[in-house]
Every structure is written in structure tokens, then in C-alpha cells.
Design a protein around this ligand. Structure first.
Ligand code: AFD
Ligand code: MN
Ligand code: MN
Length: 432
């Protein structure tokens, strides 16, 4: 690297050149295979080139569990350094041009400088996130018993004021949405009046909604449990939808894949929220047991494909399609966060592209004739297509690397950073 914040384009070109011949062969083989199915690979590549998913600023530092956190040398210590790592991820993968920041974790005195820094790195800002699930130093009222739904008016007002500050920060950064996730709920049956808590949520959220700039959306994120372990105020998509409909047309629902009971059919939720015009965004991650925040596609890649299958079906059938905000929300406890994010972003993009390969006409005909097996096979044919050569070609065309993770290792990015960013006992990264 000549410049710490960018990988030399010559280095990327050299990396790509060394893989060019093999990739070309694989790409031609895939092109021929798709051609036999009546699919033009170049058109699919165009879709791959347009796909984007936002990086979460809080995920470029090591995460942790309730038990421990294992910092690594060279991880970012503040939002400016987080943006540098996001910039490298984007430069190599070319599918992550935006970053979703979280306040107060990413607080800075100079938001304009942050915006300029992002632009210089080829990045811009996606949704901004507020945090009323932790108490901050010098905060007047505690969120121990809730924030926007607290029984105490002054505490609610403090939480509302924080959200208004986050909107202001987002306005400077060029964001177009506020993601609202609260941990409010109860730990013991009897502790909270469910009906009153929801009314208090609406009353608070109305004030936040009223402060949104005209071209912004409010993304309401539900989560089944945790930190509240008996009941959570915004616990599922039903409550999220009720809230969005009560607030107004620019309030939408955000689906975090890890925030549901284990057996819930998330792809159906996508279809329902779309029908109500309330599908606002996603937090992609994977989970085995709960809100595990594991790497996207690591546990249940078919589920992710099915989510995209629903999305692509709507995208293709709706001339007024407005793409929901696609974001990653993960926690990396034992891997290099940048590598996990590259791997996840590429998997998410490839899930989208494979969903684009579904023969929608054939699928509709099988559904119409109740041919369950062939309908399923139709999905599986797309799901099982190895689109890696197509994704690599698109990446190279966009200026990225054929194999981003390998190149990231070859340039020893983390080692170079370690010299400038010594391990911190408590780096500025979220562990939720
Ligand atoms: C929470 C939610 C929400 C929040 C994040 C913080 O998923 O998106 O902003 O964790 O790390 O569980
Ligand atoms: Mn989330
Ligand atoms: Mn979560």
C-alpha cells in the first residue's frame, strides 16, 4: 500500500491479472450454461453491478459476547478509522458504498470533516442509528427501565431529544433515514402494562417522526427479546407494522434476520410488509439460536436466498419499486471484522444475483398448476447456480479485486494498521 487508506490500484490490477485466465474460462462456462436457460449473463452482471449493501460502522471493530471480548491489534479506535476500514472493504468488494453510523458510539465534534473523510474514501452514509439502550456518561436519566416507553416523562423526553440530535447529525452527513431500535421491555411478568408501554412508544415516536426531514424515512426495527427477557415493546413485525401505520407513510419496518423466533418464516414477513408498503430495510446477519449476529450466509444461506427471492419477485414486478435499505448488522468475535464483512457482503450480493436467476414465468406456471415439486426445483436451480465467476467479473469491472479477502491478507492491511492503532482495552465499538 502506498497510501494507508487505499490499496494501490496497480496492486489490485496485478492481483486480478494473476487470476484472469482461469476466471475468463469459468465465466464463459457460466455464460454458456445460463444461455441454455435463456438468460443473458451480461444483463445479470449489470444487476450485480447495481447491487449495494451498507456496512455497519459498529461492526468493523471486534465485537464480543456477554462473557469476553478479544481486541485485535490494528482495529479502528474511532469513527474516522472505522471509515478507513469501510473504505478498504468497499474498494476491494465494490458492493458496500455506504456506511450506517451509530450514535453516540460514532460521535465526533466535526461531522463535516467526517463527511469529507467519507467522500475521500469513496463512501457515503446510509441510515443513522440512535442508542437509548445504554446509559451514557453524564446522562441525567437512566434507561434501566426503558427509554422511549419509560414511565417517567423526563426520561422519555431525554430519549426523544437524543433521537433528534441523531437526525441532525444524519442531516449533516447526508443520511436519509433514522433506524430506531429500543431495548425497552420488561424482565418479570407484571412489571409492565403492555398496552400503556406501546402507547408511550407511539407518543414518543410521533415526536421523532415529526422531526424527520421531508425526504427521510423512519425505520422501525423489532426484536423478539434481549435485553428485556420477558417482554419487549416492539417485539415482532406485527407490532412494528402497527407502529409504522400509526406514525405515517414515511415510517417503515426494518427486518433484522436475527430478531425472530427460530422457526419464523422471514421471507413471508417480507411479502406481507411489502404488501402494506412498509418494507423499509434489512439488517443482514445469520443466526443459529437468537440474535447471534453471525456472518451472513454462514448458518442458513437458503433462507437468505429465499428472502431475496421475495424481494426480486417484487422488484421485477413493480415498476415503482423502491429498494429497501440493505444493511449488514453483525458482530465479529473471533474473525478479523473486515474479512467477515467482505465475505458477508459478497455472500449477500450473490444471494441477490442468484434470486435474479429464478425463471419467474416457469415458477408462476408451476404454482398455477399446483406442481409443488417443479416449483421448488425452479427455485433450487437458481439457488444452486455457482455465480462466483459472474460476481468476480462484476467486481473487477467496478475496480475491485477478484478475491478481496486474499488480497486483503496479501497486503497485510491489519499488520500495517497495528503499528498506528495499538490495541485498546476498550475501543469505541458496540457489543450489542
Ligand atoms: C441490536 C439491534 C440494532 C442495534 C444493534 C447495535 O440489532 O440494530 O442497533 O444491535 O449493535 O441488537
Ligand atoms: Mn439490527
Ligand atoms: Mn440485533
Amino acid at each position: 500500500m502506498t497510501n494507508q487508506s487505499r490499496v494501490d490500484t496497480a496492486r489490485i490490477a496485478e492481483h486480478n491479472q494473476s487470476r484472469k485466465d482461469a476466471l475468463e474460462l469459468d465465466y464463459q462456462a457460466l455464460a454458456a450454461k445460463l444461455h441454455r436457460r435463456g438468460v443473458d449473463i451480461e444483463k445479470i452482471k449489470q444487476r450485480a453491478l447495481r447491487f449495494a449493501v451498507a456496512l455497519p460502522s459498529w461492526a468493523v471493530g471486534t465485537g464480543g459476547t456477554r462473557f469476553a471480548r478479544y481486541p485485535i491489534a490494528g482495529e479502528p479506535r474511532n469513527v474516522f478509522e472505522k471509515m478507513e476500514d469501510c473504505g478498504i472493504i468497499q474498494q476491494l468488494t465494490r458492493v458496500t458504498p455506504t456506511v450506517s453510523v451509530h450514535f453516540p458510539w460514532d460521535r465526533t465534534d466535526d461531522l463535516v470533516a467526517l463527511r469529507e473523510h467519507a467522500i475521500a474514501l469513496g463512501l457515503s452514509f446510509d441510515a443513522v442509528n440512535s442508542n437509548t439502550f445504554q446509559d451514557q456518561p453524564k446522562q441525567l436519566h437512566s434507561y434501566k427501565f426503558g427509554s422511549l416507553t419509560n414511565v417517567d416523562r423526563a426520561t422519555r423526553e431525554q430519549a426523544i431529544a437524543h433521537n433528534l440530535e441523531v437526525i441532525e447529525a444524519g442531516r449533516v452527513l447526508g443520511s436519509k433515514a433514522l433506524t430506531l431500535w429500543i431495548g425497552d421491555g420488561s424482565n418479570l411478568p407484571g412489571q409492565q402494562d403492555f398496552a400503556q408501554a406501546f402507547e408511550r412508544y407511539l407518543e414518543s415516536a410521533r415526536q421523532i417522526y415529526a422531526a424527520l426531514p421531508a425526504n427521510w424515512q423512519l425505520l422501525i426495527e423489532h426484536k423478539i427479546y434481549e435485553p428485556a427477557l420477558y417482554s419487549t415493546v416492539i417485539q415482532d413485525w406485527g407490532t412494528s407494522l402497527l407502529a409504522a401505520e400509526a406514525l405515517g407513510p414515511r415510517a417503515k419496518c426494518l427486518v433484522d434476520l436475527g430478531h425472530h423466533a427460530p422457526t419464523v418464516n422471514i421471507e413471508m414477513i417480507v411479502a406481507r410488509l411489502y404488501r402494506q408498503s412498509r418494507l423499509g430495510g434489512f439488517h443482514f446477519n445469520d443466526s443459529k439460536y437468537g440474535d447471534d449476529d453471525l456472518d451472513s450466509g454462514s448458518i442458513n444461506p437458503f433462507q437468505l436466498f429465499l428472502v431475496f427471492n421475495e424481494l426480486v419477485a417484487r422488484e421485477f414486478g413493480d415498476p415503482a419499486w423502491a429498494c429497501p435499505a440493505y444493511m449488514i448488522d453483525q458482530s465479529h468475535n473471533i474473525t478479523d471484522p473486515a474479512e467477515s464483512l467482505m465475505s458477508s457482503a459478497m455472500h449477500i450480493a450473490s444471494s441477490y444475483v442468484r434470486a435474479c436467476l429464478v425463471d419467474r414465468e416457469a415458477l408462476a406456471a408451476y404454482q398455477q398448476s399446483n406442481d409443488a415439486l417443479m416449483a421448488h426445483r425452479c427455485l433450487k436451480q437458481a439457488y444452486e447456480t455457482d455465480v462466483a465467476p459472474l460476481m468476480a467479473m462484476a467486481r473487477i469491472q467496478a475496480g475491485g479485486a477478484a478475491d478481496p479477502i486474499q488480497l486483503f491478507r496479501d497486503i497485510e492491511y491489519r499488520k500495517a494498521r497495528a503499528a498506528q492503532r495499538p490495541v485498546q482495552a476498550r475501543p469505541a465499538a458496540g457489543i450489542v
